[in-house]
Design a protein around this ligand. Structure first.
Ligand code: EPZ
Length: 418
């Protein structure tokens, strides 16, 4: 296994370029199953999750080739609507094939992807919506099986604006007979990107980014050429690292409009934020100040930035309160931050963080992707050396993280664990 070894205390300075959004690429790769022609997807990051999703859609009967930052996907004549269990277990987002398979093959049988480090991750909203469109769904022996004689447009109200359920239902409705209105839909930028991709294939979808999405079913979807949006969480992670180290960093090729909640919190904590057309410059102005934060569905503060901000709060002046309202078990990084000297108390969904003047290096372990990012930021500011184990989690969502941080001045190396 590999680990990251960081010697803290260096200010981050310079420019970093944001890659394509993992959480836009994954649903769009699944949406390619709906196409009858070749699709070229541009600005696709080289990530473990993208490789697994490529293996998933390959197993269903499409050819996937990587060409630099592009993916070329060519559908075969017939889809094999069953996903191998070992692939499904590697990537929860592979549940996003349900909508396209039902829409295109009128059948799917997938193993339950199960929970992960941050929560049980049920799929009741996905299944309820698919049934409302005319699917017969059964769950047995750890599998979900669904069949339909043809999906019909209908009105669906989502009890919670679930990102994945919104995406699955948009893709299922794209080829359904009639109009589907998705009420209380998720409004994330990745939902808008999926709408724009599907419309580039000939779908008729409007309203993504607002709370009701209207999908008018069409008969067929063709291939297309599409560039995905930049990764707002990767951009936010670099911004947080720059603020924590009191550095001066230009985060370029990003969409500042996707990060308004994060930028507001960084300013509240005392960082100087300069917004440009497709870049953000952040400058530290001394020790960060405590603030309070609650994660919410977009456009609220993103849960995927919660662990990184817990690290900022851990070294800020004063006491901060974090409320994680999206996932029931997303504070795994707290125990590891305590090993570095952080003063954090967890009561259910509430975390109280008393800022300390400095963290001190130790050996810690990443439990999931964004908790790992929080530990990297902690290592950048801790006194002495920090070793982070379990960094395969980081490779799922950050491309060449350590070399890009090194280019900004960090003292960080990837090593094989002793
Ligand atoms: C997406 O997960 C993202 N993943 C997550 O990013 C992100 O944290 C999450 O949205 C919230 O923004 C991808 O886009 C691949 P949800 P998803 O359905 O779709 C509950 C990362 O780090 N829920 O919006 O699984 C669920 O339990 C990952 O890149 C139900 O109860 O999130 C959770 O508490 C981590 N029933 C809440 O909704 C359902 O049927 C939000 O889940 C579905 C969800």
């Amino acid at each position: 296994m590999e680990e990251l070894v960081i010697t803290g205390g260096r200010r981050l300075e310079g420019t970093v370029t944001v890659q394509g959004a993992k959480n836009a690429a994954l649903p769009i790769m699944s949406a390619m199953l709906l196409a009858t022609g070749e699709c070229r997807l541009r600005r696709v990051p080289h990530l473990q999750d993208v490789s697994v999703m490529a293996a998933v859609i390959r197993s269903l009967g499409v050819r996937v080739e990587r060409s630099g930052q592009d993916l070329l996907v060519t559908p075969e004549a017939r889809l094999t609507p069953e996903v191998p269990a070992e692939l499904m277990r590697q990537l929860r987002a592979s549940n996003l094939v349900m909508g396209p398979l039902l829409g295109r093959a009128r059948y799917f049988r997938v193993p339950y992807p199960g929970g992960c480090a941050i929560g049980s991750r049920p799929m009741d909203l996905h299944i309820k919506g698919l049934m409302a469109m005319g699917a017969e769904v059964t769950e047995k022996q750890g599998y979900i099986e669904a069949r339909t004689t043809g999906l019909r447009g209908t009105n669906i109200y989502l009890d919670f604006p679930s990102v994945g359920a919104t995406e699955n239902l948009m893709m299922a409705a794209a080829l359904a007979d009639g109009v589907t209105n998705l009420h209380n839909a998720a409004r994330e930028p990745e939902i808008v990107d999926l709408q724009n991709f599907l419309n580039a294939m000939g779908a008729r979808i409007h309203g993504a980014g607002r709370d009701t999405i209207r999908i008018e079913g069409v008969k067929e979807l063709r291939g297309c050429n599409y560039k995905i949006i930049p990764d707002r969480i990767e951009a936010g992670t670099f911004l947080a690292a720059a603020a924590a180290t009191r550095g001066d960093v230009l985060v370029q090729d990003c969409q500042p409009g996707h990060l308004l909640a994060v930028l507001a919190k960084l300013r509240e904590m005392g960082a100087r934020v300069i917004i440009k057309k497709d870049a953000i410059r952040i400058q530290g102005t001394g020790r960060l100040q405590a603030t309070d934060c609650k994660t919410l569905p977009y456009p609220g503060f993103p849960t995927d930035m919660q662990p990184q901000f817990m690290t900022l709060m851990a070294v800020a002046e004063g006491t901060s309160v974090m409320v994680e309202s999206i996932f029931e078990n997303r504070y795994k990084q707290a125990a590891e931050l305590r090993r570095l000297g952080a003063d954090i108390r967890i009561e259910g969904r509430v975390a109280v963080i008393n800022g300390v003047p400095a963290l001190s290096g130790s050996v810690v372990e990443a439990s999931d992707l964004r908790a790992g990012a929080a530990l990297v930021i902690a290592g950048l500011v801790a006194e002495g050396q920090t070793s982070i184990e379990g960094i395969h989690h980081l490779d799922r969502g950050y491309e060449q993280l350590e070399s890009r941080l090194r280019n900004l001045g960090a003292d960080i190396q990837r090593r094989s664990e002793k």
